[in-house]
Design a protein around this ligand. Structure first.
Ligand SMILES: *[C@@H]1O[C@H](CO)[C@@H](O)[C@H](O)[C@H]1NC(C)=O
Ligand SMILES: *[C@@H]1O[C@H](CO)[C@@H](O)[C@H](O)[C@H]1NC(C)=O
Ligand SMILES: *[C@@H]1O[C@H](CO)[C@@H](O)[C@H](O)[C@H]1NC(C)=O
Ligand SMILES: *[C@@H]1O[C@H](CO)[C@@H](O)[C@H](O)[C@H]1NC(C)=O
Ligand SMILES: *[C@@H]1O[C@H](CO)[C@@H](O)[C@H](O)[C@H]1NC(C)=O
Ligand SMILES: *[C@@H]1O[C@H](CO)[C@@H](O)[C@H](O)[C@H]1NC(C)=O
Length: 364
């Protein structure tokens, strides 16, 4: 598999499943990737025959999301609610069609026979228009063959994984047309013993709270239109390198999940943004989709940068700072945030860590 090209992965779904399956990212396949990312373009087969979408309500679509995960848990892939021409966007710039995605799910079950997302209830679930956003924990016992970074099958570890999973879906008549998946793979690898420093059993994460059930503290008004506008300003400030609470609309009380195990406070978040700006002076977010409901906003973006300065990584990924590789990445990137009075009070940043390391050829 060392020599397989990116396109050959798409063409040979069984090989794609063997290498990519179960959210075990094929690091060796990413090393050649640069900022171009040919896979982040839709394939022709991914288009529906008609542009006429059948619109369901947000409540119907969020319910359908739950039903789809029920089918996943029941291993009932016939009722998975995916459109025949669905495009499934995985971490690592991998796009699968329905056959590839179903194969990947089967491979996932062979590695973790009891793998299931906790969808009753999700930690966060909301939507807008034809879009839904679901964030929760995925748990499973690794009781089957486990592909490592080179695709070699390791014997079952019998260890349990529990990590965040996000599904952002674009619906048409009760079926998913586009699915954006993110899984906290580094955390799973630490739990499996493939990376050092296993995380604590229970870690805080973004979740429903008295503030979010209902989805807004102001049910009389829907603040999401103005929050979406502010989110745009937040991204502009990010791109301009203005890592300041006012420019980025960050609450002094903010907690940001996704960079470390415990969550970062305001200063910790600003510090880490500054350190990434040193590593990637041209760091840039290109927003593709913003989804807002109540106090909640989710974004689908492409994050890109060229590694021109020292990069600090968590200790389980690197022993020390990684010197500039001069390589670039351009990968899907997601945020989910909760807003109060025009400021972000809690945020989850879903980074494609392994995809970035692969694009920069930084070995694990
Ligand atoms: C899927 O896409 C193909 C090619 O564009 C098209 O012929 C087919 O009708 C589509 N299927 C559905 C169910 O939309
Ligand atoms: C969309 O639906 C309308 C009404 O059913 C139909 O007249 C039109 O041809 C459809 N458009 C496409 C692109 O299929
Ligand atoms: C993957 O497993 C194979 C077989 O045990 C081993 O030779 C190889 O070094 C492993 N690769 C990584 C990156 O862990
Ligand atoms: C949000 O950001 C905009 C643009 O920088 C700024 O004008 C505004 O004051 C900020 N709002 C809050 C509540 O921080
Ligand atoms: C900070 O957040 C905590 C819990 O999320 C809340 O109880 C407290 O009132 C907040 N403080 C401010 C100044 O917003
Ligand atoms: C990256 O570019 C800098 C400046 O041009 C150069 O000094 C350095 O050797 C390059 N590093 C690599 C790994 O190519």
């Amino acid at each position: 598999m060392q020599s397989a090209t990116l396109l050959s992965i798409l063409e040979m779904s069984s090989i794609a499943a063997a290498c990519i399956g179960s959210f075990h990212l094929p690091i060796h396949e990413m090393t050649a990737r640069n900022s171009v990312n040919p896979l982040l373009t839709k394939r022709e087969v991914s288009q529906p025959a008609t542009t006429n979408d059948t619109h369901w309500t947000v409540a119907q679509n969020t319910r359908q999301m739950q039903v789809s995960d029920d089918a996943f848990i029941a291993r009932d892939l016939l009722h998975f609610n995916h459109h025949p021409n669905v495009s499934v966007y995985y971490p690592g710039a991998v796009v699968m069609d329905l056959d590839e995605h179903l194969q990947d799910m089967r491979l996932l079950f062979s590695t973790y026979s009891d793998m299931a997302p906790h969808n009753h209830n999700y930690r966060v679930l909301f939507g807008e228009g034809d879009w839904t956003v679901a964030l929760t924990q995925l748990t499973g016992t690794n009781d089957g063959p486990l592909p490592n970074a080179t695709g070699a099958l390791l014997s079952p570890t019998m260890r349990t994984v529990k990590a965040g999973i996000m599904t952002i879906a674009h619906w048409n008549g009760g079926l998913i047309m586009e699915e954006y998946l993110w899984v906290d793979t580094p955390k799973m690898w630490r739990q499996l013993g493939l990376l050092p420093s296993p995380p604590a059993a229970e870690l805080p994460d973004l979740e429903l709270s008295p503030y979010t059930a209902p989805l807004t503290t102001h049910p009389d008004i829907d603040p999401s239109t103005i929050n979406k506008e502010k989110m745009k300003q937040t991204n502009e400030a990010f791109n301009a390198g203005k890592f300041e609470p006012d420019s980025m609309n960050l609450s002094s009380n903010i907690t940001v999940y996704g960079f470390n195990d415990e969550g970062l406070d305001l200063q910790g978040f600003l510090d880490i943004l500054s350190s990434y700006k040193v590593a990637f002076p041209n760091l840039r977010l290109e927003n593709q989709q913003t989804i807002g409901q109540g106090d909640w906003i989710a974004t689908i973006s492409h994050l890109s940068g060229t590694h021109q300065g020292s990069l600090m990584l968590p200790a389980y990924l690197a022993d020390g700072p990684v010197a500039a590789t001069n390589k670039s990445f351009n990968l899907l990137h997601y945020t989910i945030s909760r807003w109060q009075e025009g400021e972000i009070v809690a945020m989850k940043v879903n980074i494609d860590t392994f995809g970035i390391l692969g694009a920069l050829s930084i070995p694990l």
